[in-house]
Ligand binder design. Structure first.
Ligand SMILES: NC(=O)c1ccc[n+]([C@@H]2O[C@H](COP(=O)([O-])OP(=O)(O)OC[C@H]3O[C@@H](n4cnc5c(N)ncnc54)[C@H](O)[C@@H]3O)[C@@H](O)[C@H]2O)c1
Length: 504
């Protein structure tokens, strides 16, 4: 990929993101001016650069000569005047609108007319950052992921006044630098954070609502959806103080209640539970019992209809006994029987209470709900969600857990709440992604690629929900919407269309 850009400056190169962005530019062969107001920060970044390129040599990814050349291309400065002859300036300074606006206005008087200004902001508007700087047509959004030197994805956006030529030139530079750009509109959180921040809040709200433990939530998301990391582990990594700052940036602009800081999040920050950095978080600092059951009780299968958990031919269907203390009802039907240890009722989108009835404040019996997670018509995952009511017998839950664990499934236990764990957390994300598509935030390909490259998901939300069947997404999302009344579950337009066309 060719580019007219030869010399690049990184502002805030003494910080976390700036240090990584400078590595990307220098590694790709560009003269790189590393600017920061903090000389100590620059010295730290220089040390990191030596270590990073040193490791690349050790791993055979770079020759010793290339390492020396890359390091020689990086020049440190605390004087803005040294940026005068740069073709591209990428700012990664503090996330503060006034600081960024002043930097670009100052640079406007120093740099040549043709110099492009790029902002790595995560939460601010590119149009607002550019406003008043004197070259509003030459400012673009260039959002790298952390750590920039290892992550290929860049979310590129234009301000209202950005010229097309400038956007194309900046785009071409990211490709020349070996990165993978996706285009998104100048909207809060672009694609990645717009999907991630509310989803992480949803996980905190689910814990606050007593749905399940952080361990079970993470297990369910990893096993059910194939994500590398569950939301609680991710939040420990991101930091709860950072999550509050993200909420405070997005909520006032979007008024999306999912983006508002959940009360538990604020309490955690007040208590100093900031995640890995303070050693305390939803999972950080907690010892987790991961021991699985060794022995399974025998079980009897009662099949009244088609099972979504265990379709015809599933090996699990071969191993039932004629009569046992645990009875599994597949595809509907259930007979109360207090003499049994556990009665397992396969659930679809309904809650367990529909089958067992409710004794107010005292619900529970030996009946346990369960469902094997499945993305629409995709093959079932390895996750079994077990549903208990407040007073469900502990022996019944233990028996259900043991028999599925010994059969090789991942088992997560949750309360009898709409959507269980996975659908409760993932359906709002699918609806948001589908609505973003309607609103032209980005193409389906850009959104899916952002999730794959930026978040390490096996697939993106649009391709996943389309593959599983949009009409099935409608059914699941609508069922939760009817139970909760929460707008996030109101099925997105494309799912409504798919449902309406089904069978027509
Ligand atoms: N940390 C992330 O995960 C992440 C990811 C993507 C984007 N971002 C964005 O990158 C930017 C930087 O974030 P960070 O986490 O690297 O912050 P950081 O605090 O680690 O680094 C900021 C650096 O900017 C320097 N600085 C501040 N004002 C300056 C100025 N006027 N001129 C020159 N240098 C100045 C500071 O000395 C510091 O070294 C923010 O806009 C943030 O939203 C952060």
């Amino acid at each position: 990929m060719t580019t007219e850009i030869h010399k690049v400056a990184v502002c805030g190169a003494g910080g976390t993101m700036g240090a990584g962005i400078a590595l990307v530019a220098a590694r790709a062969g560009f003269q790189t001016v590393c600017f920061d107001t903090s000389a100590e920060g620059l010295a730290r970044s220089r040390e990191q650069a030596e270590k990073f390129f040193g490791k690349s040599v050790e791993r055979g990814k770079m020759s010793a000569e290339d390492r020396d050349a890359a390091l020689a291309r990086m020049a440190d400065t605390t004087s803005l005047d040294d940026l005068a002859d740069c073709d591209l300036v990428i700012e990664a300074v503090f996330e503060n609108l006034e600081v960024k606006q002043k930097l670009f206005a100052d640079l406007n008087g120093i740099c040549a007319d043709k110099t492009i200004f790029a902002s790595n902001t995560s939460t601010l508007s590119i149009t607002e950052i550019a406003s008043g700087c004197g070259r509003e047509d030459k400012v673009v959004g260039m959002h790298f992921c952390l750590p920039a030197q290892l992550m290929k994805l860049i979310e590129m956006s234009r301000g209202i006044n950005t010229s097309d030529d400038i956007f194309q030139a900046a785009w071409a530079w990211t490709q020349a630098a070996g990165q993978l750009p996706v285009e998104t509109q100048d909207k809060p959180g672009f694609i990645l954070n717009a999907l991630l921040v509310p989803y992480n809040n949803d996980a905190i709200r689910a814990i606050e609502a007593g749905l399940a433990s952080p361990e079970d939530i993470d297990l369910a998301i990893r096993s059910g959806l194939g994500y590398k990391m569950g939301p609680c582990t991710l939040l420990d990594l991101v930091g709860y103080d950072t999550q509050v700052r993200l909420c405070e940036a997005f909520y006032p602009v979007t008024l999306d209640v999912r983006a508002s800081a959940p009360p538990l999040l604020r309490r955690m920050v007040a208590a100093g539970h900031l995640g890995n950095k303070s050693g305390k978080g939803l999972l950080a600092g907690r010892s987790v019992d991961t021991e699985k059951a060794g022995e399974a009780p025998a079980y009897q299968l009662v099949r009244s209809g088609e099972s979504r958990s265990f379709p015809e031919g599933d090996p699990f269907l071969n191993s039932g006994a004629n009569s046992a203390d645990v009875v599994i009802y597949l595809g509907g039907g259930y007979q109360p029987d207090p003499s049994k240890t556990a009665l397992l009722i396969e659930l679809d989108t309904e809650c367990l209470g529909v089958h067992t009835g409710e004794k107010e404040g005292n619900e529970g019996s030996n009946a346990v709900g369960f469902a094997r997670y499945r993305n629409g018509n995709d093959a079932p995952s390895n996750l079994i969600e077990i549903v208990r009511q407040p007073n469900t017998s502990a022996d019944a839950v233990a028996a259900a857990k043991a028999l599925f664990e010994v059969a090789g499934f991942d088992v997560a236990v949750c309360a009898d709440q709409p959507g269980r764990i996975v659908d409760r957390l993932v359906r709002p994300k699918y609806n948001a992604a589908l609505r973003f598509l309607d609103e032209g935030l980005a193409t389906a390909e850009a959104m899916d690629m952002t999730c794959r490259l930026g978040l390490g998901y096996a697939d993106g939300p649009i391709e996943r929900v389309a593959r599983g069947d949009l009409a099935r997404h409608y059914d699941v999302s609508m069922a939760i919407y009817e139970m909760t009344g929460l707008a996030a579950y109101s099925p997105a337009r494309r799912a409504v269309v798919a449902k309406a066309r089904q069978g027509s």
